[in-house]
Design a binder for this molecule. Structure first.
Ligand SMILES: Cc1ncc(COP(=O)(O)O)c(C=O)c1O
Length: 442
């Protein structure tokens, strides 16, 4: 599957898109310039299992983001697609409601026995806004302490009104708060993961003002001993709602939220992405006393009632549980991480790996890190892989595929090592460097 020509149709289409669609795509992480400017295939005609076909008819193995973490079972999973098609055949919308909403609620509450109630949305960011609105409605307070990335909405970007760089160490640097009302200044208060002292300082300074503490229970780093327990205690002490954002971590390490492994329960947990294998679906689950506050405010939208999302989520979760998908993701991700580490060592590359096995990442520890990462993506693409310095395994990845991928990584790491030892000797990079961070994007 060696492809050496540069894909052209996709990039041409992206240039046209930028004239009609601000930024070209709807999701920052799908902007082709983030991966490989002028060369990334950009658009797909078909995706199935772990294979993606571009507009030039080339088929690649996806060893990168698998729908930015949404397609946890693999692309076009027959069981999930079957459920979606059945929903279409039965009618996706009517004046009456879809009973699948209840089936899904029972499933989510069975997996998370601490929760009693569920609301739905279709996107992760909007579901987080619902969670924060419920917390504010419940407490009658405005302020939110948070750590990590939680989407595009005003409540979150308000952190950057206070201090331009407040969000820089919370996953996506340079997020602009333009258009976010100045009146929200001082309502979103960031703390760092594992820094209970920072949360404690926010809590002490805002005792009767904190509506919620919002965070991912785990992401890049392991929780320090007692960290999550202490966060829980602070939320209890202040009467603030503890919200765990499981949009990316949910249905990757276990059947449901990763917090189930930590044994610390939030008041609200939010799911999206993997819960419906690429279909639009999001859920806010929580304890009854907090969730009932949704009745005291207005949270309502027509497209939250369509049938495909819940039908796809039920099928995804049922297959996820039945096929024991989480251990498979962990095994595949661990194999990839171990491969990255041992191949880098063999080739003399300084490589740092991080993240959960089912959400893993590497970075070159070198001054030309961006050039090496861009070149990695290009050389892998030329060899038939969508590859990046992040990997999100799916149930459709097999150990054999990982072995073939690692054989190609070995070849590419070898070329990168030579690129380092003989700088500019072989001008392999065919286009500009990959772009990073929102502020660098056109
Ligand atoms: C932890 C977390 N929260 C929220 C979001 C936003 O979700 P969405 O892109 O579905 O709006 C993401 C997306 O990557 C995420 O990783």
């Amino acid at each position: 599957m060696m492809t050496t020509e540069i894909a052209t149709k996709g990039w041409d289409l992206f240039n046209r898109a930028c004239k009609m669609i601000p930024g070209g795509t709807q999701l920052l992480s799908k902007r082709p310039s983030m991966f490989l400017p002028e060369q990334w295939p950009s658009y797909f005609s078909k995706a199935r299992g772990v294979e993606v076909t571009d507009l030039d008819g080339r088929t690649y193995i996806d060893m990168s983001m698998m729908g930015i973490g949404a397609c946890v079972l693999g692309y076009a999973d027959p069981e999930v697609d079957g459920a979606a098609k059945a929903a279409i055949d039965a009618g996706v919308a009517s004046t009456l409601n879809a009973p699948e909403e209840l089936v899904l609620a029972e499933l989510l509450l069975e997996l998370h026995p601490w929760a009693q109630m569920v609301r739905y949305a279709r996107g992760g960011g909007e579901a987080m806004s619902i969670a924060v609105r419920i917390a504010r409605a419940r407490t009658g307070r405005d302020k939110v302490a948070f750590c990590g990335y939680h989407g595009w909405c005003d409540w979150y970007l308000a952190a950057n009104l206070a201090e331009d760089e407040a969000l820089d160490s919370h996953l996506l640097p340079g997020l602009e708060p333009r258009g976010v009302p100045r009146g929200l200044l001082g309502t979103a208060l960031p703390f760092h993961y594992n820094r209970i002292d920072e949360l404690r300082a926010i809590a002490d300074a805002n005792r009767n003002e904190l509506a919620a503490i919002v965070m991912e229970p785990q992401r890049g780093q392991e929780p320090a001993p007692e960290f999550l327990e202490n966060v829980r205690d602070i939320a209890n002490e202040l009467g603030a709602v503890l919200v765990f954002d499981e949009i990316t971590t949910g249905f990757r390490m276990t059947d449901g939220g990763i917090h189930l492994l930590a044994g610390v329960n939030p008041d609200i947990a939010v799911f999206a992405k993997a819960m419906a294998n690429g279909y639009a679906m999001a859920a806010v689950i929580g304890i009854e006393s907090v969730m009932q506050a949704a009745q005291t405010t207005f949270i309502s939208s027509t497209n939250w009632t369509e049938r495909i999302g819940p039908a796809a989520a039920i099928a995804t979760i049922n297959k996820f549980r039945r096929e024991k998908v989480a251990p498979h993701l962990i095994a595949i991700g661990s194999q990839v991480m171990e491969g990255w580490r041992s191949l880098a060592k063999r080739k003399g590359l300084q490589l740092h790996t991080s993240g959960l096995p089912s959400l893993c990442h590497f970075s070159f520890e070198h001054e030309a890190e961006l050039r090496l990462t861009t070149l990695f993506t290009q050389l892998m693409l030329e060899r038939g892989y969508l590859a990046y310095n992040q990997f999100k395994p799916s149930f459709a990845h097999s150990s054999g595929q990982v072995e073939s991928y690692l054989a190609t990584v070995e070849e590419v790491f070898d070329l990168l090592a030579r690129d380092i030892s003989e700088p500019n000797s072989c001008n392999r990079l065919r286009g500009p460097l990959a772009q990073r961070g929102f502020y660098r994007l056109a």
